[in-house]
Design a binder for this molecule. Structure first.
Ligand code: S3P
Length: 451
C-alpha cells in the first residue's frame, strides 16, 4: 500500500440478516502472475477480471518499468504486450512494490536471470519481511543481491549474465519462493527443478503450462517435484481471472456468524491448493454449500452459498491443510471466536512473516475483545465462546495488514459491542470494494473510531 496513505479508523457494528450476492474481485495470486507472465511472453496477452487492488497495480507499474507495455481498455480488459523471456529492459527507477510480498518476490525471480540490475523497495510492512528465502535460491542461478540487514528491502538484485539451471528444495512451504525459482528458471538453459515437501498453490505451474512452457509436476516420496525446461518462447494468452477465494472468505464468514444471513458468492476459484478454509468451516458445522461447480480457464470454480450457522464447533485444523488456507487463518480465528470450544491451529509458523505477524496481530485484538487465545511459535488456539457471547468493544491494530483489518471488521458484525481497527486503508491492497460490497449485504461499517 502507498506509504503515504492516511490512516482510516473503521468500526464494525453488530448486524443481522446479511443477504444478497457478493461479487468479490479477481484472484490476487492469478492477477500478479497474469501480468508477469504476460510481460514475459512475445505478443499481446489479454486479461479480464484482473484484481485492480494496489498490490496488483504496483506489479503492473513494475512490469512497465521492465519494458512491457500494459494498458487498460474501457471495458476493464488489461492488455499486456510482452517483451519475451530474457527481454527485460533495466528499470531506470527503484521498483516500489508497496505492500506486496508476492509482487516483489515473483518479480525478483523473473528478472534474476537477465543481465540487468534492479532496486526494490516497499512500504514499512514489506520492508520488514524476509527476502533471503528468495535471494538464496536466486544466488544459485548466479544472481547477486544487496539488501539491508536480515535480507530485507530496500534491496538491489544484479541479474545473472550467464545463468545456470537450479535444483532447489524449498525450506518453507511458500508458493512465492517456488514461483520465484520457476520464473528465474525461465531464462536459464536446461531444466530447473523445484521440490516442495508440502504442496502450495499451483497457479504458476498451471499458467506456465498455459503460456506454452514445458513443465511437469510429480508427487513423489520427497514431495512435489516440479520440472521446468528453460528458455521457452511463451505464447501470449487470453486469461479470465477467477474470483478470489481469499476475498470470498470475508463475506462467507460474515454470513456464517450473523443471525438470519444468506449470502451467495458466485464464481469463486476452488483450486484445491486454495480452498482449505471452506473445508475447515464445513467441519466446524458451517452451512456452506457449493453450487454450479464448473471449470473456468483450467481452474475449478463454484458459487458459494453461506447461511447463518448458530452451532459452530471448535475443531483441530490439520497442519497439512495450512498451505491451502494460509491467508485465511485471521478470518477463521474470528469465526472460531463464535464457535463452541477451542479451535486449535497447528503448523502455521508462516503466519508470523506475512504482511504482519498474523498470530500476534489477531491474538492481541481477539484478547482485547474478550476471547482467550493461546499461542506458540507455530500454533495457536482460539477458545470460542459460542454465538452471541463474544464481547467485542475494542480498537484493534491492523498493522498495515489488509486481512487483519477485514477480519476484525467481520468479527464486529456479531460481537455484543462494536469492534474497531485503527486503520482500514490497507484493505485497498487486495479488496478495494470491501466496504461497499459488505454494506450492500447489510453490514454496518463506519469511518470513526469507537473508543
Ligand atoms: C501467494 C503465496 C502465499 C500467500 C500470498 C500469495 C502467492 O505466500 O500468503 O498472499 O500468490 O504466491 P507464501 O508463498 O509466502 O506462503
Amino acid at each position: 500500500m502507498s506509504a503515504h496513505a492516511t490512516p482510516t479508523p473503521m468500526t464494525s457494528h453488530r448486524v443481522t440478516g446479511l443477504s444478497g450476492i457478493a461479487d468479490v474481485p479477481g484472484d490476487k495470486s492469478i492477477s500478479h502472475r497474469s501480468l508477469i507472465l504476460g510481460a514475459m511472453a512475445v505478443g499481446e496477452t489479454r486479461v479480464t477480471g484482473l484484481l485492480e487492488g494496489e498490490d496488483v497495480l504496483d506489479t503492473a507499474k513494475a512490469m512497465r518499468a521492465f519494458g512491457a507495455e500494459i494498458t487498460r481498455e474501457q471495458d476493464g480488459t488489461w492488455v499486456v504486450h510482452g517483451v519475451g523471456v530474457g527481454g527485460f529492459a533495466e528499470p531506470d527507477q527503484v521498483i516500489d512494490c508497496g505492500n506486496s510480498g508476492t509482487g516483489v518476490r515473483l518479480i525478483m525471480g523473473a528478472m534474476a536471470t537477465s543481465p540487468i540490475t534492479a532496486a526494490f523497495t516497499g512500504d514499512a510492512s514489506l520492508n520488514s519481511r524476509p527476502m533471503a528465502r528468495v535471494t538464496d535460491p536466486l544466488a544459485l542461478f548466479g544472481a547477486q543481491s544487496f539488501g539491508r540487514s536480515g535480507g530485507r528491502l530496500p534491496m538491489t538484485i544484479v541479474g545473472a549474465a550467464d545463468p545456470v539451471p537450479v535444483r532447489y528444495t524449498t525450506p518453507v512451504p511458500s508458493a512465492q519462493v517456488k514461483s520465484a525459482v520457476l520464473l528465474a528458471g525461465l531464462n536459464a538453459p536446461g531444466q530447473t527443478v523445484v521440490i516442495e515437501r508440502e504442496a502450495t498453490r499451483d497457479h504458476s505451474e498451471r499458467m506456465l503450462a498455459g503460456f506454452g512452457a514445458e513443465i511437469t509436476s510429480e508427487d513423489t516420496n520427497e514431495g512435489r517435484v516440479i520440472t521446468l525446461t528453460g528458455q521457452p518462447e511463451l505464447r501470449p494468452q487470453t486469461i479470465a481471472v477467477p474470483r478470489d477465494p481469499s476475498s470470498a472468505a470475508f463475506p462467507v464468514c460474515a454470513a456464517l456468524i450473523t443471525e438470519g444471513s444468506d449470502v451467495l458468492v458466485p464464481g469463486i476459484g476452488l483450486n484445491p491448493t486454495r480452498s482449505g478454509l471452506f473445508t475447515t468451516l464445513r467441519e466446524m458445522g458451517a452451512d456452506l454449500t457449493y453450487e454450479n461447480e464448473r471449470l473456468e480457464g483450467g481452474e475449478p470454480v463454484a458459487d458459494l452459498r453461506a447461511r447463518f450457522s448458530p452451532d459452530l464447533k471448535g475443531i483441530e485444523v490439520p497442519p497439512h491443510r495450512a498451505a491451502s488456507m494460509i491467508d485465511e487463518y485471521p478470518v477463521l480465528s474470528a469465526v472460531a471466536a463464535f464457535a463452541d470450544g477451542p479451535t486449535h491451529m497447528p503448523g502455521v509458523k508462516e503466519l508470523r512473516v506475512k504482511e504482519s505477524d498474523r498470530i500476534d496481530a489477531m491474538a492481541t485484538g481477539l484478547r482485547a475483545c474478550g476471547i482467550t487465545v493461546d499461542e506458540g511459535e507455530d500454533w495457536w488456539t482460539v477458545h470460542g465462546l459460542g454465538h452471541g457471547n463474544v464481547p467485542g468493544g475494542a480498537t484493534c491494530a491492523a498493522r498495515l495488514d489488509h486481512r487483519i483489518a477485514m477480519s476484525f471488521m467481520v468479527l464486529g458484525m456479531a460481537t455484543q459491542n462494536p469492534v474497531s481497527v485503527d486503520d482500514g486503508s490497507p484493505i485497498a491492497t487486495s479488496f478495494p470494494i470491501f466496504e461497499p460490497l459488505m454494506a450492500s449485504l447489510g453490514a454496518d461499517l463506519r469511518h470513526a473510531s469507537a473508543s
